[in-house]
Design a binder for this molecule. Sequence first.
Ligand SMILES: Nc1nc2c(c(=O)[nH]1)N[C@H]1C(S)=C(S)[C@@H](COP(=O)(O)O)O[C@H]1N2
Ligand SMILES: [Mo]
Length: 229
Amino acid sequence: MNPSETNETPATGASLIDQIRTKLTDRKQAWSRAGRAITGATAPRTQRLPPGQRLVTDWPVLDLGIQPDVAKSSFSLTIDGAVEHPVTLDWHALMALPQETSVSDMHCVTTWSRYDNHWQGVAITTILDLVRPRAEASHVLFNAYDDYTTNLRLDQVATNDSYLVHSWQGQPISRQHGGPLRVLVPRYYLWKSAKWIRRITIATADHPGFWETRGYNNNADPWLEERYS
Ligand SMILES: Nc1nc2c(c(=O)[nH]1)N[C@H]1C(S)=C(S)[C@@H](COP(=O)(O)O)O[C@H]1N2
Ligand SMILES: [Mo]
């Protein structure tokens, strides 16, 4: 990975955060304009490593430069929008839902992939069953505690490998990786998996998120190498 993409810069003031944000955003937008890391190849689903990706064994950190400190005691997740039964869950309510384990690979648009991640959390299908999307619902917008947003179609998240996860390799997910709770939609590049999730809005139209409005591909399938638009 590009080490300058990690966020290890302490937040000392709004102007510094703004500077970091602008720097990271500008670089990624430049990559997207340049079509960085596009190999032009597509790979069949049977090929575990998507085209243009390389395997890592660590877990790089990438975000906008703000890593919100979300305590479980003040955690709240709202699922609303085009649903029959909008809910706001505190940590206790979330943990009272069926907890599942899952193993999946993750693929970042910056070209690293990491295999065999052991996750624990609540299936997104469990959440959808709880809120009951209305017939006209078609998309999902994820909104995080750092104001990051990302969007997917409802059918892209209503899969048996999509979760709201709180544990990785048997341990609570660290703050830098989006703890206490992040989204995990492993079939798509990792920017679709919002860290520090705060709100999930079910929508009747597509609302492109932070990177999707800055040159990233709306669909984000690693095997089709849908990096940029
Ligand atoms: N809330 C939030 N979620 C986010 C981001 C972010 O800036 N804020 N960055 C996205 C991007 S661009 C990537 S590549 C992955 C990185 O997740 P990781 O830091 O756990 O590897 O998180 C995604 N989720
Ligand atoms: Mo990213």
